[in-house]
Design a protein around this ligand. Sequence first.
Ligand code: G3H
Ligand code: 13P
Ligand code: ZN
Length: 312
Amino acid sequence: MPLVTTTEMFKKAYAGGYAIGAFNVNNMEIVQGITEAAQELKSPVILQASAGARKFAKPAYLMKLVEAAVIDCPDIPIAMHLDHGADFEICKSCIDNGFTSVMIDASSKSFEDNIALTRKVVEYAHAHGVVVEAELGTLAGIEDDVKVSAEDSSYTRPEDVEEFVTRTGVDSLAIAIGTSHGAFKFKPGTDPKLRFDILEEVSKRLPEFPIVLHGASSVPQEYVKIINENGGALVDAIGVPEDQLRQAARLAVCKINIDSDLRLGFTAGIRSTLREHPEMFDPRGYLTVSRQNVKDVVTHKIKDVLGSEGKA
Ligand code: G3H
Ligand code: 13P
Ligand code: ZN
C-alpha cells in the first residue's frame, strides 16, 4: 500500500487504547530496522525526519529510502512525517516532496503567532491531502533550531487547547507533560513522573482528538552500559519509565516519538562490534549489528509499550 496519512491510524489507536510509534530516520539501516520490525509484527508505523535528518541524508535519498520500505513492507500502513518543522518553508518543501504528515513547531512563539503560523501550514497541507501536527507548551532539550533549557520549559495549559485546535484546524497536538528530548531527561535519584492530570484535562477538553508525546525515549540501560564499556561516556542517562508511556498510550496519546533509544542501540552496535573485532573495517559488519539493535528496540516498543502489534 502507498504511504498513508495518520488519520486512520490515529482514529483506530484512540479507540483501541494504543499508540503508533513515530521513529526518527536518518539513514538506510535505521529505516530498515524500524520497518522490518513493524512488518513482522503487523504494526502501523510512522517514519519521521527532522530538518537535520534531511540535510544529512539529502531529501531525495531519504524519500527514496522510505519508498523502498513501502515496497518491502506491503502489509502495513506507513506514514512519512516531518519532525519539528520550524517554519512554513520546510513544511511546504516536505509536502511537495511527498510527506504525508508535517509538524509545524511554533511552540516557542507567542500563542497568537503559533496560531497564525500553524493555520498557514494547515491551509497548505490540507489542500494537498497532508495532515498537520502542532505543539503547545515547551519541552526541554535540543531540537534542530530550538534549544530549550529545563528552566524555560513549560507544561501545556489545558485552558488553551480548544481555542488553539479550533482556530488552527490542526489534526493532532503535541503537549508538554514532563518529557524532554535526548538521553538525559531526569536527574539521578529523582522519581520521574509525567503529568497525567494535564493529559486528562486536555483530553476532556478535546474528546477523541489525537495527542502526541515527544521526548518519549526510555534510554535502555543495557545499551548505555554497552556504550560506556566500549569507550563511550554517557553519564547519568535516564529516560521515561515505560509503564508511564504504556499508560499514556491507553489514554489520548496516539503518537509516541522515539529517537534517542534508536541512537543508543545504533551506537552500541558500532562500539561493541569494533571493540570485539579490531580487525574489522567492512562497514557491513558493524552496521548489521546496529540495524539489528534498531529492530530490537522497535520490536520491544511495539509489543510492550505502544500496544500496536497486529493493528495493521
Ligand atoms: O526531537 C528531535 C529529534 O530527536 C530529532 O533530532 O534534530 O538531531 O535530528 P535531530
Ligand atoms: P527522544 O529524544 O526522547 O527520543 O524524543 C524524540 C522526539 O521527540 C522526536 O521528535
Ligand atoms: Zn520531538
